[in-house]
Design a protein around this ligand. Structure first.
Ligand code: FES
Ligand code: FES
Length: 155
């Protein structure tokens, strides 16, 4: 079996994987980083979004071996020194979640969105998150949370 090495949440990791192992399986099953969820397995729901070299990627859609040497961040890597990331804080503050299943992917996508659109309006936020499906919230508070986080992050 091939070996794959990458940096995940700032830590060097390495493991043998079957060539068909998806990045999301590698994170969840080899590294026990179960904050990255699997909602559909068919690239639709966005529950599996992580950052690869700073860009959001649906981890159910890509193989672990394709990311040799990559720098990966999962939802577990966002909080620093016990402080939530401003996007996590805003989701909490603005009730941007109910069951929370979509939330890790939603937060990871939203951070990438704010990076490319530092001062997004509602339309930009809704369009930017159209690859992330939430079955609970109706999206209204998610949009509010992303707007608030963008403001806090200096947009
Ligand atoms: S599990 Fe990856 S998009 Fe749904
Ligand atoms: S909060 Fe339940 S799916 Fe989004």
């Amino acid at each position: 079996m091939p070996n794959v090495s990458m940096t995940v949440n700032g830590k060097a990791v390495s493991a043998e994987v079957e060539p068909r192992t998806l990045l999301v399986q590698f994170l969840r099953e080899k590294l026990s980083l179960t904050g990255t969820h699997v909602g559909c397995d068919t690239s639709q729901c966005g529950a599996c979004v992580v950052h690869v070299n700073g860009k959001s990627v649906k981890a159910c859609t890509t193989l672990a071996v394709q990311h040799e040497g990559a720098d990966v961040t999962t939802i577990e890597g966002l909080a620093q020194n016990g402080e939530l990331h401003p996007m996590q804080e805003a989701f909490k503050e603005h009730h941007g979640l109910q069951c929370g299943f979509c939330t890790p992917g939603m937060v990871m996508s939203a951070i990438d969105l704010v990076k490319t659109h530092p001062n997004p309006d509602e339309k930009t936020i809704r369009e930017g998150l159209e690859g992330n499906i939430c079955r609970c919230t109706g999206y209204h508070n998610i949009v509010k949370a992303v707007k608030a986080a963008a403001d806090n992050m200096g947009g």
